[in-house]
Design a protein. Structure first.
Length: 208
């Protein structure tokens, strides 16, 4: 199994990426609807979303494999805590459990072993806790439009280091979660217009 503890994802500052900006509101809304308080932000990057959520009143622990990203995150003053930790490592290395929710934004499409993410989350959530995942949205209408305008190659380009390894639909991501002990309980589109969303936000409950 791949381990990415020392990988460099290219973080240089604490500014929010475009995805962090348009996902902040729907993720915050999901957490409020679930009455979650203690949150683990898995794959937190430079900590921009973690700090936003902490300032919204949640208690945040962020973890990421990238040492540079964690160093940047720790320079913030929101009160969020940060650990350098990969989801391919043992959940016991986090040092705590009983989270109300695990949030992971725009991460699962980068994983060679995507089941590692819900597997890690299930070990640190409280019984009945929730996993909130976001990933680029791919649905029939959007995929058809990409083909019609001749943008398939550029949209799915492999010509950059790192990048997206897997492309998810609602159905395939739901199947992954179901197979790893979660039941999907919510779906939201985020960014752009209905049916052409940039990302999807899926919430799933840990099965008893």
């Amino acid at each position: 199994m791949q381990h990415d503890r020392d990988i460099d994802y290219g973080w240089h500052d604490a500014h929010a990426l475009d995805s962090q900006s348009y996902l902040a509101e729907p993720v915050t809304r999901c957490l409020r609807e679930l009455n979650a308080r203690r949150i683990l932000d898995m794959g937190c990057g430079n900590g921009a979303l973690s700090h936003h959520l902490q300032r919204q009143g949640f208690q945040i622990v962020g973890c990421d494999a990238d040492a540079k990203g964690i160093a940047i995150a720790r320079q913030g003053n929101s009160g969020a805590e940060f650990r350098q930790l990969s989801m391919y490592q043992s959940p016991t290395e986090l040092g705590e459990t009983g989270f109300d929710a695990v949030v992971s934004t725009e991460v699962i499409e980068h994983l060679y072993h995507p089941s590692a993410l819900p597997g890690f989350a299930s070990s640190v959530l409280k019984p009945g806790g929730h996993l909130i995942l976001t990933t680029p949205y791919h649905g029939y209408l959007k995929n058809l439009l990409i083909c019609l305008v001749g943008k398939w190659d550029s949209h799915h380009t492999p010509l950059w280091d790192g990048g997206h390894i897997k492309f998810w639909s609602y159905r395939s991501l739901s199947a992954l979660l179901q197979a790893n002990g979660f039941d999907v309980v919510g779906f939201k589109g985020a960014g752009r217009v209905y049916g052409l969303w940039k990302s999807m936000v899926i919430s799933a409950r840990l099965r008893a």
